[in-house]
Design a protein around this ligand. Structure first.
Ligand SMILES: Nc1nc2c(ncn2[C@@H]2O[C@H](COP(=O)(O)OP(=O)(O)OP(=O)(O)O)[C@@H](O)[C@H]2O)c(=O)[nH]1
Length: 338
């Protein structure tokens, strides 16, 4: 048995039938933890299992940990911060056993993520709270907007969507499909129309309907596409003219699978619009989920949501503690084999 194990880690890695129940009793988080843990398995499996059967803490173990963190795309800066701290604690004889090391690792990882663990809260007001989503092609913007519409509606908000991706054929239809699925009105113009004008129309419509949230889709673009980056600035300007605080949130949607490239995307998009939050998608299908640490360490931009699947409910508010716990959770098979 491992000396250190948190209560929630005793759940199975792959709940087969009922996501909300573990053999030890119901999941107190209503299945959220097991879903998140399953999603992050590919990123965290190596780190979680590194300590199994280990009795001694030495330089080799820290070196192995360093390699695993880098492989999970935690990035050089955040990895160095973690390893330096652990080495320091080791020198000061603070890490007397594996349990203490795991505890310290958990603490270090949390301390990187806690500053960016800031949920998106929609303040009450007489104008719609405007969320402008930005990101490269295929990052998951449209899907994330659909999931957000569902979430905000379930919280009692009245939501309007703006089909600001007038560039890609079928983008409007894709957003409309999410609108139908979630019962949310979508304001659109045909492909090729001026994106800023669609967003303007949508803002007017949101005001007229007394909507509390407006979420604008935008065309996926590479940060190297100057004209499209200029279009983003224009959309932000048009929104700002109607309400100087708007857009209230510029949500950068990043595909976790791109790894370190996410850093370049964050940097470039921030130059076109003041990115105020990140939605990290596809954490379910990647071994590179550690990129969240690299982003937190480098930019400190709040991570608002994480996507852990394609379903409408597969978007979760980011929570540093739950994220680190899920990442470091060991599989039952590995624990049993110990
Ligand atoms: N597994 C998984 N798939 C996701 C997630 N989020 C989005 N996807 C999928 O990623 C693909 C691209 O998503 P879109 O929402 O179309 O991406 P987009 O950024 O709007 O793309 P463009 O319109 O080309 O800019 C779709 O197949 C989505 O179902 C996620 O969290 N997990």
């Amino acid at each position: 048995m491992l000396p250190f194990r948190r209560k929630r880690q005793s759940q199975p890695a792959e709940p087969s039938v009922d996501d909300t129940a573990a053999p030890d009793g119901p999941d107190p988080s209503g299945g959220l933890f097991s879903r998140l843990r399953r999603g992050l398995q590919r990123t965290g499996s190596g780190i979680g299992q590194l300590f199994l059967g280990r009795k001694q803490i030495d330089a080799d173990l820290l070196e192995e940990l360093e390699t695993l963190l880098l492989m999970a795309d935690v990035g050089v800066e955040a990895t160095t911060r973690i390893i330096d701290d652990l080495t320091d604690r080791l020198k000061r004889n603070q890490l007397t056993d594996i349990e203490a090391l795991q505890h310290a690792l958990r603490e270090d990882m949390r301390s990187i993520l806690e500053p960016v663990s800031q949920p998106l809260t929609i303040p009450a007001g007489d104008k719609p709270f405007v969320i402008l989503t930005v990101g490269v092609n295929g990052a998951g913007k449209t899907t994330t907007i659909g999931k957000l519409a569902e979430r905000f509606k379930s919280e009692g908000h009245s939501v309007v969507l703006a089909a600001g991706d007038t560039f890609r054929a079928a983008a409007v239809e894709q957003l409309q499909a999410w609108g139908e699925r979630t019962g949310t009105p979508v304001i659109s113009q045909p492909t090729g129309a001026d994106a800023a004008s669609v967003v303007y129309d949508a803002h007017q419509a949101a005001l007229a309907r007394g909507a509390t949230v407006l979420i604008a889709d935008t065309a996926g673009r590479l940060h190297t596409q100057g004209n499209l980056m200029e279009e983003l600035r224009k959309i932000a300007r048009v929104l700002g003219k109607q309400d100087e605080a708007s857009p209230h949130e510029v949500l950068l949607v990043l595909d976790a699978g791109v790894g370190q490239n996410a850093l370049a995307q964050a940097e470039q998009f921030s130059q076109a619009a003041p990115v105020s939050g990140i939605a990290m998608t596809k954490l379910d299908g990647t071994a590179k989920g550690g990129i969240v640490f690299a982003l937190a360490q480098r930019f400190g931009v709040p991570v608002r949501f994480i996507g852990i699947g394609e379903g409408v409910d597969d978007l979760r508010p980011f929570d540093a503690e739950a994220f680190v716990d899920a990442l470091l959770a060991q599989t039952r098979e590995a624990a049993d084999a110990e």
